[in-house]
Design a protein around this ligand. Structure first.
Ligand code: GLU
Length: 461
């Protein structure tokens, strides 16, 4: 049997990190079994539908490097097929027409609420001999079992049972002929050959109703795995309130996709105490049995440390490409060459691409450049030192980090009571325009003598 999973997001405008984790688990499970992951957009809510929201989902999947098999399926496009299944169920007596008016239904809802009953609709049209009211289009309702109990054998939650008295004869086709979500999901999953449904546990209750439809059609049910939601650090459902909740925001903060995958994997799945798990390793190890049953809390510090790890592992050329949009300055061939020389040091310090960019942008900057406020202050106070630096560095015949450092030490001896920082600080300010950077001696050596001297001159003015 080929394992087929699916990723069926509703296009809400962005991809929540919980949705991304669901996609990751489905993807890993399919890859582990040499199966397929299908991508379906649950776009039946036309009032709120937007193509940009679909594009946002696709872009997030691409950024996370989670690929899917076949074309993206639009649930809305399948609506005729969904309606056909509803009519089939009607014909086979597994469903029935209901002619209730909205007023009658709201009365029933109110009554049920008053009496604390979970099922509002009183099934008055089920097996009814009544003549349907003329000129009225019925809704089609499924016949849910009236007694007994139903059990979902969930791979994460275990066996979950409900009394069938909790299940209602829910609508599968509205009176306007449009299928309901519950029907569409089941028909699509069946038609797409889905074998495993791995999704958030907010859908666990839907499984019972969806199983009613599988049974009515005589279709094989999928294996279910309902994974706990992701919580914010304070234990409530992860949302914007806690900080970034969408994949796009993490991208914009400068996280690497492989770090995001590793972090999201560990947020709800474990392999012993392993924290750093490469994607290849994850594919080899992933299974439903180690998905945690209790919800995980998002930990920003941990994500950052995982990202720092992957920054160090990443190839320098790739890091420069990924960091370039964060630099705010054009990366020409010369800048690229310098950044390649400086990348090992930059990536050893940086927790994110943003930090890599902020601390490496000086390699790409061209004179005259803006100094930040702190740098400007240091430059104003250090003009005597800068004059000495200009002289000493101009006299160097070999422009190596060691030689530059030695020259700075000499100046420190003669002009700053031996304090190297008093010399290195203005040098850093003048070379980088900032006060935070990798070793300024390395930086000067990478920039070369001519550029370093030009920057010192420019900063002295
Ligand atoms: N469209 C649903 C959601 O985005 C997923 C439904 C499912 O996985 O069955 O939450």
């Amino acid at each position: 049997m080929t394992i087929v999973t699916r990723f069926p997001p509703s296009p809400t405008g962005f991809m929540h990190i919980g949705t991304a984790r669901t996609a990751l688990f489905n993807w890993l499970f399919a890859k582990h079994h040499g199966g397929k992951m299908l991508f379906r957009i649950e776009d039946t809510d036309r009032a709120r539908h937007s193509e940009e929201a679909v594009t946002a989902l696709i872009n997030s999947m691409k950024w996370l490097e989670l690929d899917w098999d076949g074309d993206i399926v639009s649930q809305f496009e399948q609506r005729e097929r969904h309606a056909e299944v509803a009519r089939e169920l009607l014909k086979s007596g597994k469903a029935y027409e209901c002619y209730c008016t909205p007023e009658e239904l709201s009365q029933m809802r109110e009554q049920a609420k008053k009496e604390g009953r979970p099922v509002a609709y009183d099934r008055r049209w089920r097996d009814s001999k009544q003549t349907p009211p003329a000129g009225m289009k019925p809704a089609i309702r499924i016949k849910a079992p009236l007694d007994g109990a139903s059990t979902v054998h969930d791979k994460v939650q275990g066996d979950v049972t409900v009394e069938n008295t909790q299940l209602d004869d829910f609508i599968i086709l509205r009176s306007d002929g449009t299928p309901t979500y519950m029907l569409s999901v089941v028909v699509d999953d069946h038609d797409m050959g889905v074998t495993h449904v791995i999704r958030g546990d907010d859908h666990l209750n839907n499984s019972f109703r969806q199983d009613v439809l599988y049974d009515a059609m005589g279709w094989k049910k999928p294996v279910y795995a309902h994974i706990p939601l992701i919580l914010g650090p304070d234990g409530s459902k992860m949302s914007k309130r806690h900080g970034a909740a969408s994949v796009e925001e993490y991208r914009e903060m400068g996280y690497l996709p492989e770090a995001m995958r590793n972090y999201l994997l560990r947020l709800g799945w474990s392999h012993g105490d392993d924290e750093i798990i490469s994607t290849a390793q994850a594919i080899e190890w992933f299974g439903l049995e180690h998905i945690q049953k209790s919800p995980a809390r998002f930990d920003f510090a941990k994500l950052e440390s995982v990202n720092a790890h992957y920054m160090k592992q990443a190839g320098n050329a790739r890091l420069i490409d990924l960091a370039a949009p964060f630099m705010g300055v054009e990366i020409d061939a010369l800048a690229r060459e310098r950044l390649l020389k400086g990348a090992d040091e930059l990536k050893g310090r940086a927790k994110t691409l943003k930090q890599f960019a902020a601390e490496g942008a000086f390699y790409a900057k061209k004179l005259p450049f803006d100094y930040d406020d702190k740098a400007r202050e240091i430059l104003a106070a250090g003009s005597a030192i800068l004059a000495e630096l200009e002289k000493a560095l101009a006299a160097l015949s070999s422009f190596t980090p060691e030689a530059i450092e030695a020259a700075c030490k000499d100046i420190a001896q003669t002009h700053a009571e031996g304090k190297l920082g008093k010399v290195a600080m203005p040098l850093r300010a003048v070379i980088t325009g900032t006060t935070v950077s990798p070793s300024v001696f390395h930086a000067c050596a990478i920039l070369g003598k001519e550029e370093s001297l030009a920057r010192i001159k420019a900063g002295r003015r």
